[in-house]
Design a protein around this ligand. Structure first.
Ligand code: GLU
Length: 441
């Protein structure tokens, strides 16, 4: 049975980068009828905020990424303490007292000597008395996990065969001096206790994975299958880290992006499969295969979400938009026609407002100087509202006969005068909706 988890830290709003991780894990579980856990990584009491926990849930619900279970690390501190004791007994845990400044100095020295900046384990040489003295002077030390200096290997679902020399990695700090359990310890305990079988996360976690594999084995857990997806970059390959703040899921929702547009893009972007609009999660899951994703950074362009959103919106039935249309002041008997004529002329649903405004209040006419007389003459021939299906045809035929204009030279100035726009819905279908035509005066 497959069990996956999405494990955000509630220290901010989730963005498109996080969504990729969430979606892959969700789909792996869903495809096999497994369990998808929403794990809130909230061991940092200062940076974690309840409002972000709520926001993460809202964002996932908006996208239909429903979870089978929520787990919170802050409720599992006893389990982490137990595991820490076990690792201490096993001799895998040691206390170290270097300050950040001292560590930084050591790293710089190593780099100057052309050596990898790996923690030198000098704390292992401290006697009990020296540790006591350190504690008295500096308070409790941090607890580091003593890695076996072996090669750690796994076959990554996306990156293929990976081999990392543990000697090139610093012994990870698992507990801070103030007792706060850090992510690595919490995560291996959770993945083991919760029977997580598959972990997909960003490639920034590859080194963590090496150490976690060793630790999971040390505590007697079963190592999950790992897959590390590439990180998203901007359209030019630029880092997204600064812009991710503006790519929060709630901002995209606010901007009118449709969940299926976002999911369709992120479920395929960076894979060998084309991005196509899917209208249901089942269709997306159907074609999903994590091994088809490449390891190269994946270019993400937020603008790509809008054509997909527009296409999704075109598929919506009147029922799906009825309330919105009625809220715009369009009467029920006009709603169907209104939706038919506008659906292909909007990107996001809020664009309906400008079409509602046009039909109710009319638009400032757009009239080129050379068309002034022509438009005035044509307007004089236009009957009063209400208009019907045949109005446009009859009117333009009469104008054509009177002025001799035809084709674009006939229709374009009239469209611009009536709608104030160069482009828009089929005029014959639009006319019966128009209540005011300002150009008519
Ligand atoms: N809380 C971690 C993060 O957001 C989870 C990483 C993981 O999936 O193990 O980076």
């Amino acid at each position: 049975m497959t069990t996956t988890r999405f494990a955000p830290s509630p220290t901010g709003y989730i963005h498109v980068g996080n969504l990729r991780t969430a979606l892959f894990n969700y789909m792996i579980a869903a495809k096999s009828g497994g369990t998808f856990i929403l794990r809130i990584d909230d061991t940092d009491p200062v940076r974690s905020e309840e409002k972000y926990v709520d926001a993460i849930k809202q964002d996932l619900e908006w996208l239909g990424l429903t979870w089978d279970k929520v787990e919170r690390q802050s409720t599992r501190l006893d389990r982490y303490a137990e595991t820490a004791d076990k690792l201490r007994e096993m001799g895998r845990f040691y206390e170290a007292f270097e300050t950040p400044v001292e560590l930084d100095l050591k790293r710089k020295k190593q780099l100057n000597m052309g050596k990898p900046p790996v923690y030198d384990r000098s704390a292992l040489a401290l006697s009990d008395a020296e540790k006591e003295a350190m504690r008295a002077e500096r308070g409790n030390g941090v607890w580091r996990y003593k890695l076996d200096q072996e090669r750690i290997e796994w076959t990554d679902g996306i990156l293929g065969d990976i081999s990392i020399d543990a000697a090139s990695v610093s012994d990870p700090v698992l507990i801070r001096g103030d007792g706060q359990v850090l992510y690595t310890l919490a995560s291996i305990v959770d993945d083991t206790d919760m029977g997580v079988t598959n972990v997909v996360r960003g490639s920034d976690h590859v080194t963590n994975t090496a150490t976690q594999i060793q630790m999971i084995k040390a505590i007697g857990g079963t190592v999950p299958d790992f897959a590390h997806h590439s990180l998203l970059t901007g359209p030019q390959g630029e880092s997204l880290s600064k812009r991710l703040g503006t790519l929060a899921l709630r901002d995209l929702r606010e901007a009118g992006v449709q969940p299926m547009a976002l999911l369709s893009l992120l479920a395929r972007l960076g894979s060998s499969q084309p991005v196509e609009l899917r209208t249901s999660m089942d269709e997306l899951i159907e074609g999903f295969d994590v091994t088809q994703f490449g390891s190269a950074p994946t270019k993400f362009d937020v603008d790509d979400l809008y054509p997909l959103t527009a296409r999704y919106n075109q598929t919506l039935s009147l029922d799906a938009v009825k309330t919105r249309i009625s809220d715009l002041g369009i009467s029920d008997d006009q709603a169907e026609r209104f939706w038919d004529v506008t659906r292909e002329n909007i990107t996001v649903l809020s664009d309906l407002a400008e079409w509602a405004d046009l039909v109710k209040n009319g638009a400032e006419p757009l009239i080129e100087d050379e068309d002034k007389e022509f438009v005035a003459e044509a307007m004089a021939m236009l009957p009063e509202a209400p208009y019907v299906d045949t109005t446009w045809g009859e009117w333009t035929s009469a104008v054509k006969a009177a002025t001799g204009r035809k084709g674009k030279g006939l229709f374009m100035p009239l469209r611009k005068a009536v709608t104030g726009r160069q482009r828009g819905p089929d005029m014959a279908s639009l006319m019966p909706l128009l209540q005011v035509i300002k150009a008519k005066g």
